[in-house]
Design a protein. Structure first.
Length: 120
């Protein structure tokens, strides 16, 4: 019998709140999960408002960051907006700060602040 691998899971939940599309991630976002995130961010519609909630995400790699950036670019080019909710502490926030994405994207500390920034 082969040893069982302990591969962290990614969970993505989609919903809506006051006209804002919520995409909530938990677990770890890496190469194995970017396709799921791309699908969750795909075709939100013109002038869509999207909150990507990473407050329960434990890890994000460069492929995950690239997917978030592409989602942001697609939304803003169609007149929409995206705000990322990310805890002030932890490796995910440090990754956003180290890469300079906190200057490129609107990043808030929690979902309520993100929704407020999106007018939801």
């Amino acid at each position: 019998m082969e040893p069982r691998l302990n591969i962290p899971e990614l969970t993505i939940e989609r919903s809506a709140c006051d006209g804002v599309q919520l995409v909530v991630l938990s677990g770890e976002l890496d190469l194995r999960g970017v396709g799921e995130l791309e699908a969750a961010l795909a075709q939100p519609g013109e002038e869509a408002r999207v909150c990507v909630d990473l407050t329960e995400l434990d890890f994000i790699d460069s492929t995950g960051l690239a997917t978030v950036i592409r989602g942001h670019q697609a939304l803003t080019s169609s007149g929409g907006a995206m705000v990322v909710a990310c805890r002030r502490e932890g490796s995910v926030r440090r990754t956003f700060e180290t890469t300079g994405l906190t200057r490129l994207l609107t990043v808030t500390e929690d979902r309520a602040s993100a929704l407020q920034a999106l007018g939801g």
